[in-house]
Write a protein that binds this ligand. Structure first.
Ligand SMILES: C[S@@+](CC[C@H](N)C(=O)[O-])C[C@H]1O[C@@H](n2cnc3c(N)ncnc32)[C@H](O)[C@@H]1O
Length: 255
């Protein structure tokens, strides 16, 4: 059954691959800035909130991340110091504000100035947004460090490992690193590469056996096709683990 999910992803990634080919973007020769700028200019309404598949994926992610916060903190999040690495337009931090995190405890960083500006517009006063990499920030300051679909966008293994180690270095002793990302690879798309919990276990040392792992997100091509016809059918299919293309993984730091 697993190949169904992979076939759907091949179709999806093939479309993305053609887009990047059309834009004549070679990952090795262009910076992430250029890739994201071109993508933003051509993505249209594909990821807008009103798309049924986007709503399903957002609901799935909210459910799993909020379940992590319930399990590990009993839902008491007000005093948690949080860093969202690769915060993009700030959607995760906006969500955390809604869920009762104290805005002055929330921090985000991203290397794209346009994304940072979008985030600043959406977020309340008190949230700190920094243009740059996590390496620019002080170590071991945060109870929770999140990175959502960030590591998969760094395809070079040594750069990915360095960024993952940077993310981990920001976590306080006793704190958590929390990753949401792709778990399915496609060799035809050179601009994203899957990540697995096993990779994070290699990158993150001093970790307790205390972990959290859930798979989620109905394969995007299926979700995009099915959800506009029947959101409930999309939701039902998302209950099948082999159709899920993403994961949430968290590890706690011991020292
Ligand atoms: C696919 S977007 C995800 C944005 C956001 N996390 C979300 O879930 O909506 C990946 C983001 O990671 C950022 N990024 C990639 N490498 C980074 C790095 N080394 N430091 C900070 N941000 C980075 C990109 O600029 C981009 O905004």
């Amino acid at each position: 059954m697993l190949p169904i999910c992979h076939v759907a992803l091949v179709l999806e990634f093939s479309a993305q691959h053609q887009f990047f080919e059309k834009m004549n973007l070679k990952h090795s020769g262009n910076s992430l800035h250029e890739i994201y700028a071109q993508r933003d200019a051509h993505v249209g309404d594909k990821y807008k909130f009103f798309q049924a598949d986007v709503r399903l994926h957002s609901a799935e992610k909210d459910f799993v991340v909020s379940d992590f916060l319930r399990q590990k903190y009993g839902g008491l999040v007000e005093n948690l110091e949080v860093l969202d690495v690769g915060c993009g337009g700030g959607d995760t931090l906006v969500k955390f504000c809604d869920w009762g995190f104290e805005p002055t405890n929330l921090h985000g960083c991203d290397i794209l100035e346009s994304r940072i500006n979008q985030a600043k517009k959406k977020l309340p006063d008190g949230v700190t947004i920094t243009l740059g990499e996590p390496s620019d920030l002080a170590p071991e300051q945060y109870d929770l460090v999140t990175a959502f679909t960030v590591l998969s966008s760094v395809t070079d293994e040594s750069m990915r490992q360095e960024l993952a180690e940077q993310i981990w270095s920001k976590v306080k002793t006793g704190g958590w690193g929390l990753i949401f990302d792709f778990r399915v690879n496609n060799p035809r798309n050179r601009n994203v590469r899957k990540l697995l919990p096993e990779d994070l276990k290699r990158y993150w040392t001093n970790a307790e056996s205390n972990t959290f792992f859930k798979t989620l997100c109905l394969a995007p091509p299926l979700a995009r096709f099915i959800c506009p016809i029947s959101y409930r059918l999309g939701f039902t299919l998302s209950l099948l683990p082999f159709l899920r293309t993403h994961f949430v993984y968290a590890m706690q730091k011991t020292k």
